[in-house]
Design a protein around this ligand. Structure first.
Ligand code: F6R
Length: 261
C-alpha cells in the first residue's frame, strides 16, 4: 500500500482527481470504478474543472459505481445514480450510456448482482476503482462480517451505516435498509485501488484499516493484500497513524512520487 498524507482535505481531493485524470490520459479507453458520498463531492468538482480546462477527456471512459440503494428509482435525489449524474456525469463529456450503477429497482436482485459482476468482467475488468471508507470500515457497503471474497450482492446495512447516512433522507427513516454493493472480491480485482479518507471523524477507522490486522470486520483492511492500492488522507484523517512520519518521508523522497509533490 502507498500512503500519501496531504496537509488539507482540499489538497487530498485535488491530488485524487489529478491521479484519476492522469490515469485516463495514459489510457483513454479507461474502465473507471467510482464511489459516492460526501468525501467524493469535491473530487468530482475537481474532475469537472480539469475537464473544462481541457486537461482530461472522458469520451471513451466507461464507469461502474460501487453501490445503489434497493428500491430507489434513478431520479430519487438520494439514489446514487442521481448523485453521479448531478455531481459528475452531466458536467463532463462521458457518454451516459457508458456509465453503470446497479439497478436499485431490479425485481430479481440475485440476477442483477450477478449481471453487474459479469458486465465488469466482460469489459475487461476495472482499471482503477476510487473508494472511500465508512465509519464501520466498509468499502462500498461491505459492512462488518462481509467476506473478503464477496461478489456484488444485496447487503443489509449495519446500524452504524444507517446512522451515518439517514440524515440525507427526508424523512430520515425513509432511507432504505438494503443496498446493492460491489463485493470486497469485486473491488479487489480492480488493477488499481485509490482510496480517499478525509476528516478527523475517520482517523480511528483509518488507523485500524491501514495499520491494524486484516479482518472481515473491517472490509477496507483487505486493501493490505492489494498489489496496487494508494491511500490518500488529509492530516486530520491520518492523525492516528503510527507510521505517519515514515509515509511522509517516502512521499517526499521516493522518485516515483516526484510528479505529485
Ligand atoms: C459510497 C460508498 C461508501 C462511502 C463511505 C463514506 O459509494 O460506497 O463506502 O464511501 O460510506 O461515505 P462519506 O464519504 O459520506 O463519509
Amino acid at each position: 500500500m502507498d500512503i500519501i498524507i496531504c496537509p488539507t482535505s482540499a489538497d487530498a481531493e485535488k491530488l485524487t482527481a489529478r491521479m484519476i485524470a492522469d490515469a485516463i490520459n495514459a489510457k483513454p479507453e479507461f474502465r473507471l470504478g467510482l464511489a459516492t458520498g460526501a468525501t467524493m463531492e469535491n473530487v468530482y468538482a475537481e474532475l469537472t474543472a480539469l475537464y473544462k480546462a481541457g486537461k482530461v477527456d472522458f469520451s471513451q471512459v466507461r464507469s461502474w459505481n460501487l453501490d445503489e440503494y434497493v428500491g430507489l428509482p434513478p431520479e430519487h435525489d438520494q439514489s446514487y445514480r442521481y448523485f453521479m449524474n448531478t455531481r459528475l456525469f452531466n458536467n463532463i463529456n462521458i457518454d451516459i450510456r457508458n456509465t453503470h450503477v446497479p439497478n436499485g429497482l431490479a425485481d430479481d436482485e440475485e440476477a442483477e448482482a450477478a449481471r453487474y459482476d459479469e458486465e465488469i468482467e466482460d469489459a475487461g475488468g476495472i482499471d482503477l476503482w476510487l473508494v472511500g471508507i465508512g465509519k464501520t470500515g466498509h468499502i462500498a457497503f461491505n459492512d462488518p462480517g462481509t467476506s473478503f471474497n464477496s461478489r456484488t450482492h444485496v447487503a443489509y446495512l449495519s446500524n452504524e451505516t444507517y446512522e451515518q447516512n439517514k440524515n440525507y433522507f427526508n424523512p430520515p427513516e425513509s432511507m432504505p435498509r438494503r443496498a446493492f454493493t460491489a463485493g470486497v472480491g469485486t473491488i479487489m480485482e480492480s488493477r488499481k485501488i485509490l482510496q480517499l479518507i478525509t476528516g478527523e471523524r475517520k482517523a480511528d477507522i483509518a488507523a485500524a484499516a491501514i495499520e491494524g490486522p486484516m479482518t472481515a470486520m473491517i472490509s477496507s483492511s483487505a486493501l493490505q493484500l492489494h498489489p496496487d492500492a494508494v491511500i490518500i488522507l488529509d492530516e486530520a484523517a491520518a492523525s492516528k497513524l503510527k507510521l505517519r512520519d515514515f509515509y511522509k518521508e517516502i512521499f517526499a523522497n521516493d522518485p516515483k512520487w516526484a510528479a505529485y509533490r
